[in-house]
Design a protein around this ligand. Structure first.
Ligand SMILES: Nc1ncnc2c1ncn2[C@@H]1O[C@H](COP(=O)(O)OP(=O)(O)O)[C@@H](O)[C@H]1O
Ligand SMILES: [Mg+2]
Length: 472
């Protein structure tokens, strides 16, 4: 998260009242789930951030986890982020007490944290999959219950429509076992992506059986809210402009932001901003983002195009490996230009960046020719291999994703190898649905013929086990 807001928060009074009331109930021992839904850019994340700020004033510990918008993250990624943030904030003594016997289970999901969790080794894998998963989930649910008994908790999971299935199962388990914990879960998702067959649909139904669940669909700003919003971005904007923008965008905040920022960038002779209507107005959010991208220096655009192949988030040192012909200074200058244009933000950890919105990344990525995209995925795979040569375990999922996306022109044997490794790692983490996905991918990539029969057999066995365990 950690995006600095450029302007104040507008509207959403009904949703904020409901969110604050749900938080107050959670603080009094009635756990609950609130969901914010709506189309991309409508303000789900921003509204959730507003509640996080409110929680700070109530001595509620607010933690944030985001489901990655693109494949390549390890299983349970949103939960690992939440747990990591909790772990980072606590003193060693408190942490030891809160985690208790859960520490070894958490370590099994997140071996990178072994030292901080104060355990010598993770819990060894158990042969009965159903029991093994129950133990892990039970340990983690117990940990959150103890943490909430010490200080009320607001857990935010952004972009639930992109959650891996194991994360959704863990969410159901934690809320079903929440009893009278001082725990609120705030989730956001794009409603357009959650069709009936989407795994989140089952999760929503399951959550309803155990706790109070409220759902709010966010729409566009009203004309008055649009005028206020436009004024916060550009104090000189006229009332006519605000009306025109509302008609164009139906009060869609991201679309509005793009149009107003675009307008501010282009200054007519004499220093006055050119008005909307001076050019053809983009028809949608993506087009508006495209207009702004087209104004970047070619070197900046090129850096961002490469960054988009990493995903919403990217790291400077890996990006530089992929852009080997650019000096570090050139790369930093390009990123600085993109930051000034509000297209990317720097993350709290040094060298980390993210696109200001998933749609910025998607617009860049979708415009790339398929052959180029494939070649860059291959190069990113190689960059990960070099950067993590000591231990590739944490990036098996990323490697499987990038080598798979590199396609037939890339190194297919590596795509198979890493999909298999990612599958085995997911199975060891009791993330059986993710294991199935990776095993299936490896099978699909494996060339037919007698030479690969033994390999196929191994993969199919893994797939069968993973599917059985997921159904268990
Ligand atoms: N209520 C609001 N007040 C001020 N800015 C907002 C509001 N809602 C959204 N925005 C801005 O609009 C953009 C898109 O919002 P975001 O929360 O990222 O959308 P979503 O998460 O639904 O995709 C962001 O720049 C955000 O800061
Ligand atoms: Mg969002």
């Amino acid at each position: 998260m950690a995006r600095e807001h450029e302007h104040g928060f507008i509207g959403r009074q009904r949703e904020l009242d409901a969110l604050q009331a749900a938080l107050a109930r959670a603080v009094s021992g009635q756990p609950g789930v609130v969901l914010l839904t709506g189309e991309p850019g409508i303000g789900k994340t921003r509204t959730a951030q507003e509640l996080v700020e409110h929680a700070g004033g109530l001595n509620v510990l607010a933690l944030w986890g985001r489901c990655p918008e693109e494949p390549g993250a390890p299983p349970y990624w949103p939960w690992l982020q939440l747990i990591r943030r909790y772990v980072a904030l606590q003193d060693e003594d408190v942490l030891g007490e809160m985690l208790g016997s859960a520490a070894a289970y958490v370590a099994a999901l997140d071996p990178e944290q072994l030292g901080r969790l104060g355990v010598d080794r993770p819990v060894p894998p158990e042969s009965d999959a159903a029991k093994a998963r129950f133990r892990v989930f039970d340990a983690i649910a117990g940990f959150w219950r103890r943490a909430a008994a010490r200080q009320p908790l607001l857990l935010v999971i952004d972009d639930l429509h992109r959650a891996d299935v194991p994360s959704l199962r863990l969410l159901e388990f934690i809320m079903a076992e929440a009893d009278d914990s001082r725990l609120m879960l705030l989730g956001t998702y794009r409603d357009s992506e959650v069709v009936r067959q989407h795994p989140l649909s089952d999760t929503l139904a399951e959550l309803h059986r155990h706790v109070s669940v409220q759902r709010y669909l966010l729409g566009g700003f009203s004309p008055a809210e649009t005028a206020r919003f436009v004024a916060t971005v550009d104090a000189a904007a006229s009332a006519e402009l605000a009306t025109a923008l509302h008609e164009q965008t139906e009060g869609h905040p991201l679309f509005l932001t793009e149009l107003v920022l675009d307008r501010n960038q282009v200054r007519a002779p004499g220093g006055k901003p050119a008005g909307v209507g001076a050019r053809a107005v983009p028809k949608g959010v993506r087009e508006a983002i495209g207009v702004r991208l087209n104004r970047l220096n070619p070197s900046c655009l090129r850096v961002l195009q490469h960054a988009a192949v990493f995903g919403r988030e990217f790291r400077l040192e890996l990006l530089q490996q992929v852009l080997a012909d650019l000096t570090e200074d050139d790369c930093l200058a390009a990123l600085a230009e993109a930051r000034t244009a509000s297209l990317i933000d720097a993350l709290a950890e040094s060298g980390g960046y993210q696109f200001a919105h998933a749609l910025v990344r998607d617009t860049l990525y979708d415009e790339l020719p398929a052959a180029l995209r494939a070649r860059w995925h291959q190069r990113i795979g190689q960059a990960f291999e070099t950067a993590y040569q000591g231990d590739l375990t944490p990036c098996f999922s990323a490697l499987a994703h990038h080598y798979h996306a590199a396609g037939a022109a890339g190194d297919v044997s590596k795509a198979i190898k890493y999909a298999t490794r990612a599958a085995e790692r997911a199975a060891a983490m009791q993330a059986h649905e993710e294991a199935s996905r990776h095993y299936r991918q490896a099978c699909e990539l494996l060339p037919a013929g007698p030479a690969t029969e033994a390999r196929r057999c191994h993969l199919l066995l893994g797939l069968g086990n993973a599917q059985n365990s997921a159904g268990a």
